[in-house]
Design a protein around this ligand. Structure first.
Ligand code: HEC
Length: 139
């Protein structure tokens, strides 16, 4: 982890130096050559948690409902990304209950004025499994 940060700092520093024009790019070039290869793309949250039983159970239920039309894991579309939701709420039984009730009832006001549609056909148990999966997706 530390090494990744270091490599990132070097690469970022180089990119910054490059922005300064030809002259600085020339002087920065040799330093970049000695740097390790560019870091691999950050591991996605899907990859990070895909083997967790909570993930496997929850993702199946989320995909079986309409959640993905408004939510993505790492990007805000109509609703907040699951990663944002996971960052906001601690993974406690209380929050699981509260968010599961919100999924079923729908509502707005926490993330903006856009409303989440109610999901009366989703059972409490399924809603909880979905929320447990969402709250797992912490960076
Ligand atoms: C029509 C679009 C839409 C659909 C479909 C949808 N959501 Fe949402 N969702 C939203 C919006 C918009 C918000 C933000 C609501 C707010 O600001 O209070 C939200 C918020 C949430 C939150 C956070 C609630 C809070 O109070 O912080 C959770 C958890 C969530 N959705 C889960 C789900 C799940 C699970 C499904 C599928 C069963 C789903 N959503 C389907 C639009 C949607």
């Amino acid at each position: 982890m530390k090494k990744q940060i270091l490599v990132f700092a070097i690469v970022a520093g180089f990119a910054f130096a490059c922005g300064g024009g030809e002259k600085t790019a020339e002087t920065a070039a040799p330093a970049a050559e000695s740097a390790a290869p560019a870091p691999a793309a950050e591991v996605s949250l899907e990859d990070k948690y895909k083997d967790d039983p909570i993930y496997i159970k929850g993702v199946e239920k989320v995909k079986g409902s309409d959640c993905m039309t408004c939510h993505m894991v790492e990007r805000k579309i109509i609703g907040p990304s699951y990663a944002e939701v996971a960052a906001k709420y601690e993974n406690t039984e209380e929050n699981v209950n509260m968010l599961a009730a919100k999924v079923i009832a729908g509502g707005a006001g926490v993330w903006g004025e856009v409303m989440m549609t109610p999901h009366p056909a989703v059972s409490e148990e399924d809603a909880k499994d979905m929320v447990r999966y969402i709250l797992l997706l912490k960076k």
